[in-house]
Design a protein around this ligand. Sequence first.
Ligand code: SAM
Length: 273
Amino acid sequence: MNLKKSLQDSIPPEELPRLIRGFDIIGDIAVVIIAEGFDHYEQLIAEAIAAAHKNVKTVLKRAGTYSGEFRTIPLTFIAGERKTETVCSEYEIRLWLDLAKLYFSIRSGHERKRIADLVKPGENVLVMFSGIAPYPLMIAKFSSAEKITGIEINRAAHDYALQNLKLNKARNISLIHGDVCGAVKRSAECYDRIVMPLPGHAGEFLETALRVLKPGGAVHFYDFKIRGSFETSSELISAKAQQLGRRINASNTVVCGHSSPQRFRICVDATIS
Ligand code: SAM
């Protein structure tokens, strides 16, 4: 949908390019990002979205940025049904969630599928920071992993994740509620592959991950970086591996999103000896 085009008769042309910085549709909820100072147009924007997307029942607005341990984002209500809970789907996986209580990005579906496609038959996979379980469910659906474990600290996200396992009839996933470091220490398991989707903070958990990664295992390390500094993430993994007497055998860095025009969400896929 070209939102700006559908608003061209109601909003002055000089304001249109600066007005809307994008929107997402998650289930039957639209979340719009409106530039500062243009709040007086929010009802018009909501009407334009609802007119073009008949399934949208609620329009919310981002009122801040992702923050805090749970990486939640403040949302304010604009129009429609007053609710923040919905069911969305990606690659035929159904995900039940409450946008006000937990982190979820509908934009990362392709990235999750990319990771699932790398998983080899029989692998034991750990998903740190598993949220409402989109990675575990994607891996379960599109790979022949033997077992997938997810760890999530936000009780609300963990509870939705448990519901999502039922919703998708998933069988080889186990979910743990708690802090990654504590949960990993309490377990005796080692993993063929560890997914670390906590960009900006995953480095704090690298040692924990590398200690339970099998020789020759893979880590998928997410980070935020500006162009020209991508290699600092693989250098960090390399340094941490060396401290533990290990080394990177192979690594590949993929750009999988952005948090601002200059700041990219990257994933380092690294195999560790
Ligand atoms: N993997 C999910 C997804 O793709 O939708 C969630 C990713 S979100 C960026 C990061 C998640 O890590 C949040 O749900 C947050 O609550 C969780 N988290 C943060 N610190 C954690 C910790 N120490 N242990 C376990 N989970 C943590």
